[in-house]
Design a protein around this ligand. Structure first.
Ligand code: ADP
Length: 443
């Protein structure tokens, strides 16, 4: 091989090696760029999934319209609440902002508007905000719509207003009579009326002040129950003994109305966890109502017995009865079927709502069976001590917090039974079998 040939072969080989190197370099660079692009795409996809998951988890409806007014996205909650989400923002304003003035406000150039949209029995607060899309430097504006279900808040607000109006009305009625009777006495009564007349006026003033006192004390009791501030002293109690003593205490009242009032214990009653004063209040309210709303000469029977793991007291009368359509409302605050009758007997319209709240404090319930003209049967059912202990043990196994007075009384009994004094060892880790065993040994 001569020198020229060697040079040519060397040149060819060098060129080939250079080309391979360039090709390999190019291949490497492309792969790195592709990997980078893939990473960016994956990151964007991941962020998108994340933001969609966040949107889906919100209990707030979110709808977004782009700067071209077309729908960008809407989360599941918005679709459930609004059932139809228009494709364009002007259409959205037309559908959901016409009656509440939001559309007009947007047309006037407001950036942040809100209004209430009512659909069937639900109310929604819709808030629309103009938002810059495409970064801080962007000049393009889209719209973010937030939809919030405010049905429960509105209902609460309505109830609060009704309650305040009722309280004011109830307080005003006796106050007005107190004022007018005392005015008449001051103006001319003392000089012109005889002693009997003056005494009658003072008696009326006194009766109305008693009514006001009763109303205020009922309101205070309800408010302390509402704020969980009511003081209860939970003890093991024999409910039939409470029912018997209240019946005996109210015998003179029934006798005055020539009514027959009797108490019968139908079986053996297990003990319950209860606050004696609260239980007396429940039963005296029910029996007093039976006396008030049963005509003279009527019959009122009180029965006490037990069911599987509950004890009950039934108050049965043969009075005017209550139509089934009022069976739920009757327990609402200030609800009365017959306002004049109730006021005549000094009723406040709060008795049955107090009865229900106090029954719930004992983990119990109240049932009513009645029809107009067929008398009433009110039945208060309270769980036995054993049932409360079983439920509390299940809660302890499941590590649930026990936050009611009866539950805490049962918890204390279980703790004393297990002789656990150290707070750090309470609640103990229990299995269901161990809980059953404890319950059996405690019975
Ligand atoms: P009140 O102070 O008016 O008695 P309650 O809350 O105790 O308030 O009772 C609410 C209403 O339920 C009463 O006004 C009355 O119309 C009706 N009611 C309660 N108990 C009886 C009953 N045993 N028989 C007929 N109606 C009753």
């Amino acid at each position: 091989m001569n020198t020229a040939e060697i040079i040519v072969i060397t040149a060819i080989l060098t060129t080939a090696i250079c080309m391979i190197a360039v090709f390999a370099w190019e291949h490497f660079r492309r792969r790195t760029r592709d990997d980078h692009v893939m990473n960016v795409i994956n990151q964007v996809r991941h962020e998108r999934f994340e933001s969609q998951a966040i949107l889906a988890a919100l209990d707030l409806g979110i709808v977004a319209y782009g700067s071209d007014d077309h729908l960008l996205t809407a989360n599941e909650m918005a679709r459930t609440m609004l059932n139809n989400i228009p494709e364009t923002f002007p259409q959205f304003c037309q559908d959901y902002g016409e009656e509440n003035g939001m559309r007009a406000s947007i047309l006037l150039g407001n950036d942040n508007v809100s209004g209430v949209y009512v659909s069937g029995d639900r109310s929604y607060r819709i808030t629309i905000q103009s938002q810059k899309l495409g970064g801080i430097a962007s000049r393009r504006y889209g719209h973010i719509v937030m939809v919030q279900d405010i049905t429960a808040q509105e209902k609460e607000e309505r109830r609060r207003k009704e309650f305040v109006a009722n309280v004011s009305h109830e307080l005003k009625t006796p106050l007005t009579t107190i004022k007018s009777w005392s005015e008449s006495l001051l103006d001319w009564g003392v000089d012109e009326k005889d002693t009997a007349g003056i005494k009658a006026d003072i008696q009326r003033i006194y009766d109305d002040s008693l009514r006001m006192e009763q109303l205020v004390s009922d309101l205070l009791l309800l408010s302390s129950i509402d704020s969980h501030g009511v003081h209860v002293d939970i003890q093991p109690i024999n409910l039939d003994q409470v029912a018997r003593s209240i019946t005996e205490r109210l015998l003179p009242q029934a006798k005055e109305r020539k009514q027959e009032l009797s108490f019968t214990r139908l079986g053996k009653l297990p003990l319950i966890y209860g606050d004696r004063v609260a239980l007396e209040r429940i039963l005296s309210n029910l029996i007093t109502n039976a006396i008030k709303y049963t005509p003279e000469g009527g019959k009122i029977s009180i029965y006490a017995n037990s069911l599987i793991d509950e004890v009950y007291v039934k108050v049965v009368d043969n009075g005017e009865g209550i139509k089934s359509e009022y069976h739920e409302e009757i327990f609402s605050r200030f609800f009365r079927l017959d306002t004049t009758g109730s006021r005549m007997y000094g009723g406040t319209g709060l008795g049955l709502s107090i009865v229900r709240e106090l029954t719930h404090l004992h983990r119990g319930r109240i049932e009513l069976k009645s029809e107009a003209g067929e008398g009433c049967e009110f039945m208060v059912l309270i769980p036995s001590m054993m049932k409360v202990r079983r439920d509390v043990l299940i809660d302890l196994v499941e590590r649930n917090v026990i936050d009611d007075a009866c539950g805490r009384a049962a918890e204390n009994d279980i703790r004393s039974f297990l002789a656990i004094k150290d707070d750090r060892k309470w609640p103990p880790p229990l299995t269901m079998n161990e809980a059953e065993l404890i319950l059996k040994k405690m019975s």
